[in-house]
Ligand binder design. Sequence first.
Ligand code: B12
Ligand code: SF4
Length: 568
Amino acid sequence: MAIDLVLLHAPSVYDFREKAILYGPVSDLVPPSPVFEMYPIGLASIAEYLEKAGYRVRIVNLAVLMLRNRNFDAEKMIKNLDSPVFGIDLHWMVHSHGSIEVARLVKKYHPDSKVVFGGFSATYFHEQLIEYPEIDFLIRGDSTEEPFRQLMDCIIKGGDPGTIPNLVWKDSDGDVRINPFTNVPDDIEDVMINHYGGVIRSVIRYRDLVGHIPVSDWLRYPITGVITCRGCVNNCVICGGSNAAFRCYHNRQKPVFRSPEAVVRDIRQIARFSRGPIFVLGDLYQKGEDYANEVLRRLREKRVKNQLMFEIFSPMSKEALQQMSLAAPGFCLEISPESHDYGVRKKSGRNYTDEALENMISDALEVGCGRMDVFYMVGMPGQDMKSVMDTVDYCGYLMEKFKGTERLALFLSPLSPFLDPGSLGYEQSEKHGYKVLFRNVEEYRRALESPSWKYTLNYETEWMTRNEIVESTYEGILRLVRLKSKYGVIPDDLAEVGIKRIEEARAMMHRIDEVLAGDNAEEELARMKPDIDLINAFPNSEKIHLELSMGKEKLRYINSVWALLTGK
Ligand code: B12
Ligand code: SF4
């Protein structure tokens, strides 16, 4: 079947299966593994939009295929794919190694096909990336569906790329051309097609389920996300998706929201093919109470059985929690105060007190919240090693106060591997106490190949070196797991696994440091690879704790076929 466009998602490091890399807890609190196999939701949105315009689009998640099968030959797959256009996401900077290597392979086997890059990191680094010989086009922005359609028309039917908004390209003389950045829609109803109907159609058309799934483990734990907006009202210092970051490199002056109707429609459509949890991304209260109330009212009217998870940026009132409970009984909430210390939290761009947080936890549990996840982070402005340990002690206090209830789940993770390019911390590093270690794409690519995550980190702070960031991360997680076990929040066997994982990883990190200081580092690391792989593959107690329990019938295959046939 002829394909017009293949959208490829690369692993973080292309040859991760051959390299000796101790990953560290860099992706403990998100569904994907440290290979970062999840593709941007936007690929589904691009695929759907272009299919509507008459193009045949196939998504191939190379990272998942490589993770799930050691013998899967990615190069052979790329060779066998036949398409005039290949799109490759460089959305997260963690893919700067894999995405460029995959582009190289596409050009090796398909020299006449065009390679198109896009995503947040591609947008930020567009001037450097377009210089790579394997990249023909790059589309900037948080909304590339319409420019991509125009580019497809131009490549397939002929036309002038100079007229396509947001496009960065090379003309026939090889000169770089940067078109005006004018496609920044303030109405995203047409482009946010996000209920995965197109992905399901594509799975069936290409008889390839694994190549479409977002994370390696998704069939066991099919969590899906519903996006409510593009942009954000907040300015968290570490975030490359903050209000300031969107203004600075996406040319978006203020966030744009989907209608409550569209958000609820997506939730209902996902519920037709999956029983897994549905994560509503972006605080509903960003756009004000009326907006949030309308979403909740519609959800209450058309309830789904799935566990709904809501992200919130600041504590909610008891009345709002009651509304949520009526709309989504047993709802799950996620909040990230970053530190127990109000000073650190404020410096990080979040402005609420511990008292407000504690009151909300209490109210949420009272109105029937099924799970309240609270995330703390290492690597924040104003935070030293002692402050990290104090955060863990505060977690102990919370567990004591809320009597070790399993409904309160507390987590600690490092800001890793990168402080986001485009974030205030990155752009105004001195002001916020950050020392940024890499500023160009090649430095990132090399850093990702480092043998331990300590050397991949792209920052230090005024208060902590890279060494202190990793040491306090390991020590903090270890203490937190012990506390969870003491208060009975997690079972003892899970705690044991968690403790072993951290202790072994920390010891291996020290071993790698010693080897790097010696003479035969390369050979020695190659010898250590099997042990490093074993540690990377250790069951991840934090991920297990984060998972919500589900009914037995996780994916409703029959209903997914229904969604395919009706497009609803
Ligand atoms: C939702 C979200 C997630 C979800 C993922 C959802 C998903 N599958 O996309 C979760 C929670 C899992 C997640 C994880 C991570 N995230 Co995140 N995430 C976000 C968030 C909050 C919203 C993104 C969004 O709304 N997208 C809207 C959808 C519809 O559009 P889209 O996917 O961006 O795609 C559009 C464009 O980007 C572009 N595009 C994308 N790909 C391509 C490819 C081509 C070829 C083209 C032309 C265009 C293109 O066109 C698309 C359609 O218009 C942003 C912050 C923000 N305010 O934006 C951070 C953000 C994107 N994440 C970020 C980070 C760092 C991560 C992690 C690396 C964190 C970590 N260490 O674990 C992981 C990576 C996971 C992985 N790849 O395996 C940073 C990225 C900074 C950077 N430049 O690297 C951001 C900016 C902020 C942050 N720190 O959270 N994330
Ligand atoms: S981290 Fe802060 S700025 Fe970034 S998306 Fe979340 S609330 Fe917005």
